[in-house]
Structure formats: C-alpha cells, structure tokens
Design a protein around this ligand. Sequence first.
Ligand code: PMP
Length: 402
Amino acid sequence: MSKPLQKKVANYTTAKEARLQGIYPYFRPIESAQSTEVIIEGKRVLMFGSNSYLGLTNHPYIKEAAQKAIEEYGTGCAGSRFLNGTLDIHIELERRIAAFTGKEDALIFSTGFQVNLGVMSSLTGRNDYLILDEYDHASIIDGTRLSFSRVIKYAHNDTQDLHKKLSVLPEEAIKVIVVDGIFSMEGDIARLAEIVSVADQFGASIVVDDAHSLGVIGHKGAGTASHFDLTDKVDLITGTFSKSLASLGGFVAADAETIEYLKHHARSLIFSASMTPSSAASVIAALDLIETEPHHMDNLWKNTDYAMHLLREEGLDIGPTESPIIPIFVRDNNKTFLVTSMLQQEGVFVNPVVSPAVPADSSLLRFSLMATHTFGQIEEAIEKISKVFKRVGIANIKEPIK
Ligand code: PMP
C-alpha cells in the first residue's frame, strides 16, 4: 500500500504531461559558459534567458580574481559569517557594496534568497505590518511567511491602493513597504517617488529589492533608489550577486544600526555558511569593472532599446516593460511550453513563465538582454520568435506597427 506522501507526489503530473508531449522546458543542461551563445545537446543556441545582464560571467578579469581567491583562501569557508566563516574579503565586499549603493553599511549573505528570508523575518514583530506589492519576488513572500507580523498586499505598482491599505493601519505599528526595484517577470520599475511620498505620510519604512536593478539602472548601475535620486529615502536595499554581478550571493545595505541588528537577528545569515572565497572575489572584480567601464551598461541599454523596437514592430505584446527584462505574452500555459521548445529547436533559448508564477492568462516568454549581445543576434532571435508565434497561431499577436 502506498503511503500518503507517495500518493501526493504521484498525483503531481504537470511535469510528466509536458514531458510526454516532448515540451518540458525546465532543467535544460547547458554544456558551456553562460554567454550570449550556449551549447545545449551539442548545438549552438542563442541565450536570451539569462540574468547576466552585463554579460560578465565569463569575463577574464573576474575569472582571474576567482582563481586567485581559490589559491589564497581555498574553496570554502566551512562555517557561517557569525562564527568561523568571515574572511577579510567578505568585509572588503561589504564596504564596496555600501559605497556602491550609497548606504552606510552592508551585510552579505550566501544567496539573495537568503537575504530576503533573513531581512523579512527579522525586521517586524507580532503587531507590525509588512506591506508588499502583489508581484514581489518569491523570496520576499517566503521571508514574510517566516515573520510573526501581518502581511498586506497592494495591487501591482498601484500607489493609490498602497495609500488605502496604509491608511487603516494603527499609527504606532511598525510598517515596512517592500518592493522589487525592477519587477522580475514584468520588467517594469517600482514607482518609487510615489511610494516614498505615501510612506512618508504614514511613517512607513521602505525596502527595495534591487536583484534586477543593480548594474542596470541608477548612477553607474547603483540601482533603483539612485535611479530616482532617493537613496536617503529608501531604508534598506537588498540584492543579489547572481545577475549583473556575475557570481553567487546577496546583500542588504542600510544604516549601520540596522545592519548591526540584522547581523544578530537574520537566521539565514547566522545559521548558514558564508559565501565561498571565489564568489566574494568575483563580485569585487565585477564591481571594479562596473564602476570604471560604463560601456557595459550603455551596451545593455542600446540592446534593450533595439530589441523593444523590433518586438513592437513585429506586433508582439510585450506589456509596459521598462528594462532588459522583456515579457512576450503568450497567455496560454501549454502554448508557452510549446513555443519555448520550438524556439530551442530553432536555436533560441528563452524562459517560459506560466501559472502559478503568473496568472494563466498572463503566461509569457521571459526574454532578457545582455550587454554582450550583438544586434545580429537580437535580430535573429526576434525573427525566429515571430515565425514560431505565427506557426502556433498565437491569438494575441497585435497588428505589426508599420
Ligand atoms: N529577489 C529577486 C527579485 C529575484 O529575482 C531573485 C532571484 N531570481 C532573488 C531575490 C534571489 O536571488 P538569488 O538568486 O541570489 O537567490
């Protein structure tokens, strides 16, 4: 007789069904470095599904820094930051991140997901409130589930709704608004100026998750608060090193007292091993490049503008994106898997995003740009996307702009 757990896992059939149809789109093994072209099943595929926005993950300067760190410090730290796992380069990286984001101090964690778990779970208590944009990242939501405080969501980027939700909360309670700087699937930017103005009215604090904004917007890529010139109005900035910063790990930047508090309360920091030496050294090297070589960010935006123009010209529905993250709406789960698989056959890698990550009628291909793409690669990918969409008869294709 099967146990209840065996029954539950056997009843999960979504992935099996997609596999049976030959269109299962996840865990595709890549046999090369994360660049604008990758090798999958021995074939060259254009990569338009990467978060390496600045295209630095295979940069010789960063790879050399990682190798040197392995030579000097070995491959792991064998402990948490709290006890035996703090290296001098962790502290150097914290100083660099604080300076880069324009905050007094910073604290690094082993992943961005852990940052949000640690920060969301420890800032507020039983009679306090965490107020989230409904499209906030999963790591923020999971962090709030570990918190004892109440969680309220407002409609995506709707600051009137935010105002309404805040206006009924008790004056004395701690209220913390948490938003993604650039939203990870939609590609639009948080309306930070309005959020700051609402927060000020109700004495609320603000956390911005800059996972997708660092290296992308703001002064030299310093992120969302810098983009709006509101660094002093944002209380905490969280982020990851796994995207533009070409490594693995994450951080929170804030005033020194908040960082001191988090050092002693964020359980995902205290009870988890620290960033590997090579990961930390890679981020320091990536920051060296980002701070001194503006062409990476310039190229990213040239490519983004060009891709948006071509996609709109093809009549594809890309929503109100404002960043290198471009959703191409399919609005049907199965068709999203199908076009992802057909595109891979055609030599283009894109990410499918289906329900429950987004509502089923908003399922989409997540198309993302890198600074290192060529215009030729962008043209080739968009031509193939357009061809595949027509072949599948995707209904929401708009009349091309001519
Ligand atoms: N926040 C956002 C908005 C993200 O998109 C991600 C990763 N996709 C994370 C946090 C987590 O970052 P990491 O990959 O470093 O765990």
